[in-house]
Design a protein around this ligand. Structure first.
Ligand code: SF4
Ligand code: F3S
Length: 104
């Protein structure tokens, strides 16, 4: 499976939603997550994210995020259409240490 990681927080560009063939993204207040039971591992979302937030679960940087994606996908609503990015997305893009701002 692929997972959404820290870089999505406070950005939520949603380009990933547009390309996912199985609509397996779920929406929180300030990030999206992927449902690992629905993701077919096609990889098309990875290069689409302007924040480079999407990684394969085999990537070391994804380790902390595998459980977060699974847990939140189970209780957040499914998102199938791209909406607007968060208002300050471009200011937050590429900022490190955003995990503390994760809104669940
Ligand atoms: Fe969707 Fe494919 Fe990305 Fe999985 S890897 S979330 S199926 S676009
Ligand atoms: Fe987040 Fe990137 Fe999608 S910022 S909403 S993972 S395009």
């Amino acid at each position: 499976t692929y997972v959404v990681t820290e870089n999505c927080i406070k950005c939520k560009y949603q380009d990933c939603v547009e390309v996912c063939p199985v609509d397996c993204f779920y929406e929180g207040e300030n990030l999206l997550v992927i449902n690992p039971d629905e993701c077919i591992d096609c990889g098309v979302c990875e290069p689409e994210c302007p924040a480079e937030a999407i990684l394969p679960d085999s990537d070391d940087r994804a380790a902390d995020w595998i459980e977060i994606n699974r847990e939140y996908a189970a209780r957040w609503p499914n998102i199938t259409r791209k909406g607007d990015p968060l208002p300050d997305a471009d200011d937050w893009k590429d900022k490190p240490g955003k995990k503390e701002f994760l809104s669940d």
